[in-house]
Design a protein around this ligand. Structure first.
Ligand code: G1P
Length: 291
């Protein structure tokens, strides 16, 4: 069965950002910069490039800056234009016009599954994508686009996978299943953050998903799991048991920007890709070597 074209993407950005306290006391972690852009802009750009033009941000109190960032700021644009800063004016306007953005509020921090379920009224019955802000992926074809291609062929749910060192399975959703292609696995089981001894494999879920609309009904029935939270992985495990789940080891490099060192690593990577920054960054790296 050909799946219909997916247009909607849910971006859960309600997390407290405790690993970045104290800065996240006043600044959403998704607004922390990778060079001169908030990390979340790279995620939005990935979605838009893959044809996902209706974005649903799941926010919480204190996350208003993210919403403002993706809307227009006519007063700022007018000021920049009046003072002759036309290039900046264009850039500010471009960001505000990247996509159609809807906002839903998650009223309590009850887990990723609960955050996705918060978007139910905006998603309706449509199949949709989910992109998590901590996982920034640099790829020739957007990672979520690679998943959408699999979804168009197979339907069901498709998750992004990455092998991790066996002692790190307790940080991820982990899958077990049968490999059906060079990078594709037909998933049979999914477990949220299993200790290494209980992990079905070392293939772990990275924060990109394409989900069938009916996952919302499954999430409504999903009981709290690991950490007392409603886990998206537990809802997807229901689909896996029905043979309706696929995992793709995507092509591209993933950056975990959910911790300080990971964010720094992403900053170095993206700075080295910018011609006007690359030489300066190399000089800095040399200066700090051996300190
Ligand atoms: C979430 C998911 C987990 C997934 C991970 C990817 O965990 O629950 O299954 O592997 O994202 O980044 P979190 O990192 O939010 O604890």
């Amino acid at each position: 069965m050909m799946a219909s074209r997916v247009r909607k993407a849910v971006l859960p950005v309600a997390g407290l950002g405790t690993r970045f306290l104290p800065v996240t006391k006043a600044v959403p972690k998704e607004m922390l910069p990778i060079c001169d852009r908030p990390g979340i802009e790279l995620i939005v750009a990935e979605a838009v490039e893959a044809g996902l033009t209706e974005l649903i941000l799941v926010v919480a109190r204190g996350k208003e800056a993210i919403v403002d960032y993706f809307h227009r700021s006519p007063a700022l644009e007018a000021h920049l234009e009046a003072t002759g800063k036309l290039e900046l004016a264009r850039e500010v306007r471009r960001v505000g016009e990247l996509a159609t953005v809807m906002t839903m509020r998650q009223e309590e921090a009850l887990g990723l599954g609960h955050a996705v379920r918060t978007a139910a009224a905006a998603v309706g019955d449509d199949d949709f994508a989910v992109l998590l802000g901590d996982d920034v992926i640099d790829a020739a074809q957007p990672a979520i686009g690679q998943l959408l291609d699999v979804h168009a062929e197979r339907g069901g749910c498709v998750v992004a996978l990455m092998p991790v060192p066996p002692d790190q399975t307790n940080r991820y959703g982990v899958i077990g299943g049968e490999r059906v292609g060079e990078r594709l696995t037909h998933i049979a089981v999914m477990v949220e953050k299993p200790p290494p001894a209980e992990a079905p494999s070392n293939l772990s879920i990275v924060g990109r998903y394409v989900l069938p609309g009916r996952i919302m009904r499954i999430l409504a029935q999903t009981k709290p799991g690991r950490g007392g939270e409603i886990q998206l992985t537990d809802a997807l495990a229901v689909l896996a048991a029905e043979g309706q789940a696929w995992g793709l080891e995507f092509e591209g490099e993933r950056f975990d920007t959910g911790n300080v060192l990971g964010l720094l690593r992403a900053n170095l990577h993206y700075a080295l890709k910018r011609p006007e920054l690359a030489d300066g960054v190399r000089a800095l790296l040399q200066e700090f070597e051996g300190r």
